[in-house]
Design a protein around this ligand. Structure first.
Ligand code: SF4
Length: 256
């Protein structure tokens, strides 16, 4: 639980969201968000930021709603996301670190006779991604704010593709992430990373650029939250997925 004290004391003020926005406005993510989300839905964006500013980031799990059906009541969320920082560093993830790739889920999971590589055995991405795909949810390894805008918010706005979502991310990101999701018409449940997470703008910005040496973790409460939202299917249920852009989606017969 190292780092938890910092995570509970920083970014607590609603003003932290507006500070985050001001700093981001002069970066590519900020003006892209303004053009692709805020300009299309200005009032919804305004409401989203007001709602996100009041989130209690110290809660174990936070759910925010733009009007879509409740994440759990509506069945498995349409998408599950987890930060790339959960990828193992020793031994390192064979798919690389600051990217959307999980070679195990894409090519090996659910195949008979395939042994799990040592790096993948205790990997939270594998565990969460497997649960998501088994439940019929898409799975997304989250990297930068810009990619989240293009891969999640934009499809949510343009195609209503991701009305509900479950995400594991640092508490520091709860408010800005919730603001973007609400402005995009999503209903999301956020679970905090337990240790190693970013707790201020400087470390967040480095991670956003792919510079994140620490491996983050999900604690028992977090994994219980994942299981609670995704439900249980038989462990032997095979996984077949196809990659659409940066998102892994259950193959057609899996999603049925
Ligand atoms: S299971 Fe984890 S370690 Fe293995 S390829 Fe996927 S992200 Fe990398």
């Amino acid at each position: 639980m190292a780092g938890m004290t910092d995570e509970r004391t920083r970014g607590d003020s609603p003003a932290s969201l507006y500070g985050f926005c001001l700093r981001s406005l002069f970066r590519p993510y900020g003006w892209r968000f303004a053009a692709r989300v805020a300009a299309r839905h200005p009032w919804r964006t305004l409401r989203a930021f007001r709602a996100a500013a009041t989130i209690d980031v110290n809660d174990g799990a936070v759910e925010v709603n733009s009007g879509a059906p409740a994440v759990r009541a509506a069945g498995p969320p349409s998408v599950v996301g987890a930060g790339f920082c959960l990828k193992p560093v020793n031994p390192p993830c064979p798919s690389g670190r600051a990217n959307h790739d999980c070679g195990f889920l894409e090519h090996q999971a659910g195949r008979t006779g395939v042994s799990v590589p040592s790096a993948c055995r205790a990997c939270a991405i594998r565990e969460i991604g497997t649960s998501a795909l088994r439940a019929g949810s898409a799975f997304y390894v989250m990297t930068s704010a810009r990619d989240i805008l293009e891969d999640l918010y934009r499809p949510a706005i343009e195609d209503r593709r991701f009305p509900t979502g479950l995400f594991l991310l640092c508490r520091y990101s709860f408010r800005p992430f919730a603001a973007g999701a609400l402005a995009s018409g999503m209903r999301v449940r956020m679970l905090p990373l337990a240790s190693g997470a970013c707790s201020d703008y400087r470390t967040w910005l480095r991670a956003d650029r792919g510079m994140k040496d620490e491996q983050t973790t999900v604690d028992e409460a977090g994994m219980a939250g994942v299981a609670g939202s995704l439900g249980a299917r038989t462990p032997s249920h095979t996984i077949r997925c196809e990659r659409r852009g940066n998102v892994l989606c259950p193959a057609a017969d899996e999603a049925a």
